[in-house]
Design a protein around this ligand. Structure first.
Ligand SMILES: [Zn+2]
Ligand SMILES: [Zn+2]
Length: 164
């Protein structure tokens, strides 16, 4: 079992990933959809549904569009921190219809990239050694051979001393 391949999921962390500009854009999208529905669609359509139905329709449409705007911002930043082609993925999720682009993205996305503790380059969590400086990214206890924290002085499982 590779300890570092498990990703902690914290919804607040994930939301914080969304760029501020996209949050503003999502809010504008929501307002824009309301304006479009009430000032254009319903106003000029003689077969428009009654006001009681108009309100939830516009709210749902606005919320959905705002949600997808936020999701575009999320995919852009998330793909970047995973070392994926984030520009390509941003375009794909926007243009593949019926939100299928998002589904594909969440299925195929790569694990979050880590950093070499010695030289600082970006490394995949799947790597055992840093490709630049050969640093051991997943040191194991010399006695019980379980994966231990980089820089640990003693094994937390069997208390064996770990030589740096
Ligand atoms: Zn390194
Ligand atoms: Zn041990």
């Amino acid at each position: 079992m590779n300890r570092t391949s498990e990703e902690k999921f914290d919804i607040r962390e994930e939301i914080r990933l969304i760029p501020k500009a996209m949050v503003v854009l999502a809010a504008l999208t929501f307002v824009g959809i309301q304006a479009l529905f009430f000032l254009v669609f319903f106003k000029h359509d003689r077969h428009a549904p009654p006001l009681l139905a108009q309100l939830p329709l516009a709210l749902i449409a606005g919320s959905l569009m705002a949600f997808f705007t936020l999701l575009i911002g999320y995919v852009n930043r998330d793909a970047k921190r995973r070392g994926m082609n984030y520009k390509l993925w941003t375009v794909l999720v926007i243009f593949i219809p019926n939100a299928i682009g998002y589904i594909i993205y969440f299925v195929v996305r790569q694990p979050i990239m880590g950093r070499c503790a010695q030289c600082g380059i970006t490394v995949s969590p799947a790597f055992n050694f840093c490709p630049k400086c050969k640093f051991n990214l997943h040191p194991a206890c010399p006695q019980c051979h379980r994966t231990i924290e980089v820089g640990a002085a003693y094994c937390p499982y069997c208390s064996a001393e770990v030589k740096a």
